[in-house]
Unconditional design. Structure first.
Length: 257
């Protein structure tokens, strides 16, 4: 597998203003994550997804499209006995993820690889993994406007990988009975389930995410098992905001532990 460095270099953030980094403190200030002030910034989706995963000691996790490394960093801090690989196609974002890993002294747990995930093989990550986690781009080409910032555009739109690509990659690198965790727009749930089932990833657990108590779900978090048996469990709804706009107690807790 090629490193992808030449392809990635085209997506560097150009202006100094966009490249200025700011810090976000998480997990009771035990995790400090730097990200671009004006460029791509991780959303709460990454936090929600990371806190639905409970890997066992010595399991190996693959974070597809790791961005600044936010999901990998949260998992590594919460579960110190796991190994995580983060794949990121944009060189500027991969460099930022490596910086965050180094700053948080998590080099022994996390390895960041700058590469096109569609060319990824299990041998590139030292063999099949137990868990794949992905917060994929879901803006369809032709249905969304592109902004001027390339990092944001690539992170939010299906430019380099569609949902079918993401599922195919996950199946390829997962162990038998390995699990995929994904967060996705609720309105595209049927498309997600279709892609999962034709790829032999059986949806086993689903949780709806609601902006507030009186809103329809705008996201779903799904766990699927490679070659799993049929039957899905619907978890309790996850509400993000109180009626006054503040975070709910469950979300507040996610920022702390």
């Amino acid at each position: 597998m090629e490193s992808g460095e030449e392809k990635c270099s085209a997506f560097e953030i150009n202006s100094e203003k966009e490249n200025r980094l700011v810090s976000e403190a998480l997990l009771n200030n035990t995790l400090l994550v730097k990200q671009s002030e004006k460029g791509y910034r991780f959303s709460i989706d990454a936090l929600l997804l990371a806190h639905q995963i409970n890997p066992k000691p010595n399991q190996r996790v693959l974070d597809l499209g790791t961005g600044c490394g936010i999901i990998a960093l949260i998992l590594a801090r919460r579960f110190p006995n796991i190994k995580i690989y983060g794949i990121e196609i944009q060189e500027s974002m991969a460099k930022l993820a490596r910086f965050n890993v180094f700053e948080n002294q998590l080099e022994k747990q996390i390895k960041i690889i700058c590469a096109d995930m569609k060319r990824l093989c299990s041998k590139d990550i030292d063999g099949p993994v137990d868990i794949v986690v992905v917060n994929p781009p879901f803006g369809k080409i032709g249905h969304s406007r592109f902004g001027h910032n390339m990092a944001k555009t690539v992170a939010k739109h299906e430019i380099f990988a569609t949902i079918s690509d993401v599922i195919e990659i996950s199946v390829r690198v997962l162990k038998v009975s390995g699990t995929l965790f994904i967060i996705y727009p609720a309105q595209r749930l049927t498309e997600l389930f279709y892609c999962l089932r034709i790829s032999k990833l059986e949806p086993k657990w689903l949780r709806t995410v609601h902006p507030h108590y009186h809103a329809d779900a705008n996201r779903v978090i799904v766990m699927a098992v490679k070659h799993g048996r049929g039957g899905v469990t619907i978890g309790f709804p996850l509400y993000v905001h109180e009626t006054d706009g503040s975070y709910t107690p469950e979300i507040e807790k996610m920022f702390k532990i």
